[in-house]
Design a protein around this ligand. Sequence first.
Ligand SMILES: Cc1cc2nc3c(=O)[nH]c(=O)nc-3n(C[C@H](O)[C@H](O)[C@H](O)COP(=O)(O)O)c2cc1C
Length: 383
Amino acid sequence: MTASLKLGNHLKLGNHVVNPPVVLAPMAGITNVAFRRLCREQGGGVYVCEMITTRALVERIPKTLKMIAFAEDEGFRSLQLYGVDPDVTAAAVRMIGEDGLADHVDLNFGCPVPKVTRRGGGSALPWRRRLFGRIVSQAVAAAKPFGIPLTIKMRKGIDDDHLTYVEAGLAAQEAGVAAVALHARTAEQRYSGKADWDAIATLKQALDVPVLGNGDIWEGSDALRMVEHTGVDGVVVGRGCLGRPWLFADLEAAFTQGAGYRPVLPTLGEVAKIMSRHAELLVDALGDEKHGCADYRKHVAWYLKGFPVGSDLRRRLAMISSLAELDDLLGLLDPSVPFPADALGQPRGRVNAPGKVSLPYGWLDSRDDESVPEGAETDESGG
Ligand SMILES: Cc1cc2nc3c(=O)[nH]c(=O)nc-3n(C[C@H](O)[C@H](O)[C@H](O)COP(=O)(O)O)c2cc1C
């Protein structure tokens, strides 16, 4: 299968055509309405909201309800849920349908955070195959009357000795999901090493429903390579767009023009304009300059990675408390500096070391136990 062969095919989630076949990965603390808008202004695709926990949603916790914010022009509102209880997950999906909160629901089975796996949630859950199957099938059944396509996102498994992705993918397909996304790492790997694109190819061969590949797409050319290597129907992009929302323009160019496409490489002046826009959108989304600027600061280092900008200016930019201050500081950058070639194709964001996965006592010996793990729904998030 070559990338060019795939270029004419369009990914569908329910009735929605995803063109180009690109998904912004849900990222807690990042993919809020402001960041999604910034990315949507660059190119087409599906842009997933930050993860929402099912229990907090059905209990209508105000902070959780506030996180479900979509812009008026967000045509296909995509929301990720995290749940461990089939009934609560189904109730959450039903509420999304009844209240018209979103047009697409994704279920998170990829979170490797110890606080979550220690209680049997996130990436630990597919190991409990019956419980996993019940969560997915009840969620699909709850979504169906509303015409909401339901997808899942998972990892390869707990570790190399406890892989679940093919079995879980088949079970999800049997349950009626619209697509399956694989972040091709185990929970033990967290964000270390390289994503195993061979595993994505294996899953693609095993399933009839669309498969989305996730892991280590840093440039549009990586997306084409992944499609070529695995035959996937679409790509899910996370860390690569941190401080680089124009990656979605790059991905669109890659998918429309194919391997010979011209990469999108903004100058420092163009990056500064996007940085300013991002801050404006955040202030707007979070209601005031204090909260917007505070949330913005973590993005500064990602935007400037690889550019020749002095440490003092970087530090001051990462401490801004008003839009006027940001614009003054951005005015000190040399707009003509070209995009640094050595920042291309490089990992960014989380790259932490592997670590043994904390699991509830006896978890690995009880695959068919269907009981709902206690206390596994926390505010903790990640994938
Ligand atoms: C800051 C951060 C937050 C994340 N939060 C979530 C999340 O809430 N739900 C989820 O499924 N994955 C989450 N992930 C994982 C990403 O969606 C994605 O699977 C992972 O980063 C691998 O893709 P990448 O190599 O393109 O970054 C998160 C990742 C990062 C870096």
